[in-house]
Design a protein around this ligand. Structure first.
Ligand code: BEZ
Length: 218
C-alpha cells in the first residue's frame, strides 16, 4: 500500500544511531524529512548523506528534523558515518534508522517492485530500499513524496526548495508556481475571489483570470 499525500505518516518504533525512535513522538511539533537509501558504504548514498549533513543548519532553520533509513544495521551506520563526514566535511548528526527488519521500508513502500516478485530469482539487492523522500508536517500528515531510482542521486537543494514551498503554502490559500523560490510571488488559490484577495493581500498581478499572483505576507 503506497503512502499518499495527506495520509498520516505511518508510525513506527525503530533503533537508530540516536537510540530508539518512536516516530510520531520524535516528530513532536516539527516538520520531518524521512529519506531512504539503498545501502551503506555505496558511492551515490555517501554523496547524498554528505549533502544532507552539510544542510543541517538549513533544516534546523525550517523547524525540520531529518531521518535517514536503510536496511542496514546501526553498527554499519555508525561505521559509515565516518566516511560520510570524510567525504562531505560535516558530521551526519541526524538519526539513521536500522531497518534490517524492513518494518519502515514496508510501511512506507520504499522497496523496489522486484521485491514483490516470487522468491525465485530474488537477490539481496532486491531488499535494498530505493531513494524515497517524505516530507511530513507537524500534524503528522504526509505533505510531499518523491521516489528516485538507485542510479540517480537526489538534488537536496530541490528538496529544500520544495520544503520551503510546502511551508509557504501550508494552511493558507496559496500555491507556488513552477520553479518558485522564496521571495517570489505566490499564486492565490481559485477559492479566493479577486476582491477578497486584494483586500487581504494587497495589489495582485493578474496574468490570467485564474492565475493571480500576490506577495506572500511575512
Ligand atoms: C550507490 O551508489 O548508492 C548504490 C550502488 C549500488 C547499489 C545501491 C546503491
Amino acid at each position: 500500500m503506497s503512502v499518499r499525500i495527506n495520509d498520516i505518516a505511518p508510525d513506527f518504533t525503530a533503533e537508530s544511531t540516536a537510540g530508539t525512535i518512536r516516530f510520531h513522538d520524535w516528530l513532536g511539533g516539527s516538520y520531518a524529512i524521512i529519506f531512504s537509501h539503498p545501502r551503506d558504504f555505496t558511492p551515490v548514498c555517501t554523496t547524498e548523506f554528505g549533502a544532507v549533513a552539510q544542510l543541517a543548519g538549513e533544516f534546523a532553520k525550517r523547524n525540520t528534523k531529518v531521518i535517514g533509513v536503510s536496511v542496514d544495521s546501526v553498527a554499519d551506520h555508525e561505521k559509515w558515518k565516518r566516511d560520510i563526514e570524510a567525504f562531505g566535511g560535516a558530521p551526519a548528526e541526524f538519526p539513521i534508522i536500522d531497518d534490517t527488519s524492513l518494518t519502515v521500508a514496508k510501511a512506507y513502500d520504499m522497496l523496489p517492485a522486484e521485491y514483490y516478485l516470487p522468491t525465485e530469482g530474488r537477490t539481496p539487492a532486491n531488499t535494498a530500499t530505493v531513494r524515497t523522500v517524505y516530507i511530513v508536517g507537524p500534524d503528522k500528515k504526509v505533505r510531499l513524496t518523491m521516489t528516485y531510482p538507485m542510479s540517480v542521486g537526489r538534488n537536496f537543494a530541490e528538496i529544500l526548495r520544495a520544503l520551503d514551498a510546502v511551508q509557504a503554502t501550508d494552511g493558507v490559500p496559496f500555491a507556488t508556481p513552477a520553479n518558485w523560490v522564496p521571495g517570489q510571488d505566490v499564486i492565490v488559490a481559485l477559492s479566493v475571489p479577486t476582491d477578497e484577495a486584494r483586500a487581504k493581500y494587497g495589489e495582485l498581478d493578474i496574468k490570467l483570470p485564474y492565475l493571480r499572483f500576490a506577495k506572500r505576507p511575512v
